[in-house]
Design a protein around this ligand. Structure first.
Ligand SMILES: [Zn+2]
Ligand SMILES: [Zn+2]
Length: 123
């Protein structure tokens, strides 16, 4: 398996990071969250935390957005799965996350039902 190059590590906390998926330079300031943990354009993340914001994970691989979940108060979160170690993380969405990509992720199971839709009419 080929390792992803991570580039030189900065000693101070960087004000921005480069998305490993779409290569966008992303500011760590995000409306509505204390720390941004995923790209607002493609929603991909990186496995750098064991707990949110602790930066203690050694994996560093890309994390794919695989699903949307909602909290009791209706707030949306993205489920990320690490492409190397398969760990799952739940991350709150930010105010400037791409709405179209969020919706595409949310309706994915409905767009690809595991049975023909006309079966529903017979229930
Ligand atoms: Zn991205
Ligand atoms: Zn990982």
């Amino acid at each position: 398996m080929s390792r992803t190059t991570t580039g030189p590590r900065r000693s101070r906390r960087a004000p921005s990071f480069r998305c490993l998926n779409c290569k966008l330079d992303v500011s760590t300031d995000a409306p509505g969250t204390a720390h941004r943990n995923h790209c607002p354009t493609c929603l991909w993340s990186r496995h750098v935390d064991d707990k949110p914001g602790d930066r203690s994970a050694e994996c560093g691989a890309r994390m794919e957005p695989i699903a949307i979940t909602t909290r009791y108060d209706g707030e949306w979160s993205v489920i990320h799965r690490c492409t190397r170690c398969q760990e799952l993380h739940t991350n709150r969405i930010a105010g400037d996350d791409n709405a179209l990509v969020l919706f595409t992720l949310a309706i994915k199971p409905l767009a690809r039902p595991p049975f023909p839709l006309d079966h529903l009419a017979r229930l």
